[in-house]
Write a protein that binds this ligand. Sequence first.
Ligand code: ADP
Length: 228
Amino acid sequence: MILMKDIYKTYGNGVTALNGINVEIEQGEFVYIVGPSGAGKSSFIKLMYREIKPTRGLLRINNRDISEIKEKEVPLLRRNIGVIFQDFRLLPKLSVYENVAFALEVIEESPRNIRKRVMDVLDLVGLKNKSRFFPNELSGGEQQRVSIARAIVNRPKIVIADEPTGNLDPDTSWEIMKVFEEINNSGTTIIMATHSKEIVNTIKKRVIAIEDGLIVRDEQRGDYGYES
Ligand code: ADP
C-alpha cells in the first residue's frame, strides 16, 4: 500500500538526502526506520505525508501516485495519514479536547458525534480525565499522548512518527509504545523513525535501516544494529 521505486531527493542546496529508495510496506505493518543522524530518515518520512516531494521516482500510497497530486488534494491525503513528532507540536492556547477536536475533519458530523469521537480517542490514550487541561499542564508523555490522539482521530490508515519517544524518559517511552502497539493491533500501519536501541530490540518489528540515503537493511523482527 506504500510503494517507493527509485526515489531520489535532492534539496535546493544540492544535498542529496535519498539516493534511490525502493521499498514496499503493506497495510497493517509496523516498521521502524533506523540509521545514523543525517542518513535520510526524516526525508524518507516527510515524503509520505507530502511535507516534501521526491526529486524523482515513484511514490504510491493507497494506489495513488502522490508525487503527482495537486496541492489542493494534499489535505485529503493527510486525512488518511496521522503524523506524530518528537516535539509534540500541540497548540498551546487550546485545551487537550480542543487540540484533538481541531484536527477532526468535520464532515457533517453532529456535535454529539464529534464529542464522542474525541472522547473515545482520549480514552484510548488514557487521557479522558484531562480533556480540559492545557498542554503546559501536562507531562511530556501526556503531551505525546494528546498528539497521538490528534493523529488518529480521523481514523487514518497510516500513522507516521518521527522519533516520537526522543524527548521522553525510558518509562514514559514504553507507555507510548504500548499505545502504538494498540493502534497497530487495530490494523493501522505504523512507520516510526527511532534512535532507541532498547525499543527496537525489545518490541520486535520490521526494521528498515537507512544510510547515506539508501536502504542498507530490511528485516522482519530485526535488531537496531547500531550502538546508541
Ligand atoms: P535523518 O533524519 O536521518 O537525520 P535527514 O533526512 O534529516 O536525515 O537529512 C538527510 C540529509 O539531508 C542531511 O545531510 C541533511 O543535512 C539534509 N537535509 C535535510 N533537510 C534538508 C533541507 N530542508 N534542506 C537542505 N538539506 C536538508
